[in-house]
Design a protein around this ligand. Structure first.
Ligand code: SF4
Length: 436
């Protein structure tokens, strides 16, 4: 078993050392059966510290493994044959093949692509962060997730391929017939790999040269209307008449005991699987119209997020004290208090992160406000970049309450990101009671 340095991509057989032990990551491409979720929870309790999380990209992470327990955890996971890959991360839209709004069932196409990626020698040394998104065109999508290659099923005759970015920032390469998709994507990945072990799609110098190489299969790229994807928190109709319910874990993490309880209740209510997906969301798949409200009430009473506007969606924290020996602050104790104090501020336009130390495990790069134990305060905006100050966690919590009061008097149409930008990072730091 090999371990990684920070910035590299952890997997199950190559975990990443972090402050609260080794971290193993699974990249699911389909729903995970409830029995396998239960087995993962038990493995997390037996070999890790019991903390599990779903990342912004929809990966499932198991925390707190050790040098001795990580190989045992990996061996156990490999016996489960989970729908998860680590070689070239292949991310699929949350309900691929199940979503009632999909233009066609892309599962067979995805399986063909996945098999071809697995056996392609030309991409054996491709950078481990090169990723592919396969979007079935349903109501739930991965528009905000960046990838090197984006595949969008448009119709039974046409698949769009885009490069290097999220749905808005990526470059259109062109359209191919479904039958040409696998060979085209393999050609794109091979071109990236040919640029060197550190190359990404952005290093291809635009889509022009590739368009020339692939001219015989590409149709011209034309502008498309991007309708907003549906919020994954809430209820979604499936092709078979059943439903999926999207929920989230407070502050991005859940204890394996609680996830085990959730999986058992989902099984009791007739659901079949859980699907970790982008935005730190967990979809419960296969509920009936009758069972869904009951299950949603159970999840809400279990302190899980069932309302898309819940401010806890916009706050993350690391394991903190006492789980992590490096932590100077009990981040998970402070997170509910600070979130409550920031009820108006956390309107979805900004994100806040609490870290027990400067290592910043799990810190989203886009966090507008942050506390870093023992007494660091971070304010980040597009204009000024990162501005730092110092305050105790008590001062930070009081300062957030003060900022929240100010945010209630913002201009008409102004959100919290606009407000912080108008105030400027130095004034925000002063409002938070932090020393610059
Ligand atoms: S205190 Fe938090 S950020 Fe620091 S090492 Fe521990 S888990 Fe990571």
């Amino acid at each position: 078993m090999t371990t990684l340095r920070r910035g590299e991509c952890p997997g199950v057989t190559h975990p990443l050392p972090t402050g609260d032990g080794w971290l193993a990551r699974l990249v699911p491409f389909a729903p995970i059966a409830l029995a396998d979720i239960a087995a993962l929870c038990k493995a997390s309790l037996a070999h890790g510290n019991g903390m599990l999380e779903i990342t912004q990209r929809g990966n499932l992470q198991v925390r707190g493994l050790s040098a001795a327990s990580a190989p045992r955890f990996a061996a156990l996971v490999q016996t489960l044959n989970l729908p998860a890959d680590t070689r070239v991360p292949l991310l699929t839209s949350p309900l691929l093949g199940l979503d009632a709004d999909e233009v066609l069932d892309g599962c067979a196409l995805f399986d063909e692509l996945r098999a071809a990626v697995g056996r392609c020698a030309a991409i054996a040394d491709i950078h481990p962060k090169v990723s592919v998104i396969f979007d079935g065109g349903g109501a739930l999508r991965l528009d905000e997730v960046a990838a090197d290659v984006r595949i969008n099923l448009i119709s039974a005759n046409s698949v769009e391929i885009r490069l290097a970015g999220n749905a808005l920032t990526s470059w259109p390469l062109g359209y191919v017939a479904p039958g040409d998709l696998t060979s085209t994507v393999i050609a794109v990945l091979s071109a990236i790999a040919a640029h060197g072990a550190h190359a990404r799609a952005r290093d291809l110098n635009g889509a022009g040269p590739l368009r020339h190489t692939l001219a015989s299969v590409l149709h011209p790229a034309t502008p498309r209307n991007l309708t907003p994807a549906r919020n994954p928190i809430g209820q979604h109709r499936l092709k078979d008449g059943l439903l999926a319910l999207g929920l989230a874990f407070p502050f991005g993490q859940i204890h394996a005991r609680d996830l085990l309880g959730l999986a058992r209740r989902a099984d009791h209510e007739g659901a079949s699987a859980l699907r970790p997906t982008a935005g730190k969301v967990c979809l419960v798949v296969g509920l009936t119209e009758v069972a869904l409200p009951r299950f949603r009430a159970f999840a809400a009473s279990s302190n899980l997020i069932t309302d898309a506007a819940d401010p806890r969606r916009y706050v993350t924290c690391c394991a903190g004290a006492p789980a992590c020996s490096a932590a100077s602050v009990s981040t998970r104790d402070w997170a509910p208090r600070i979130t409550q104090a920031a009820h108006h501020l956390l309107d979805g336009s900004i994100h806040m992160h609490l870290s027990g130390c400067a290592k910043g495990c799990g810190q989203p790069s886009a966090a507008a406000l942050g506390f870093v134990g023992p007494h660091g305060v971070l304010v980040q905006d597009q204009a000024a970049g990162l501005t730092t100050g110092t305050a105790s966690v008590e001062q930070f919590a009081n300062g957030i309450a003060h900022l929240d009061t100010l945010s209630r008097a913002r201009f008409l149409g102004e959100n919290s990101a606009d407000l912080l930008a108008r105030m400027g990072a130095v004034n925000v730091l002063a409002t938070l009671g932090a020393q610059a």
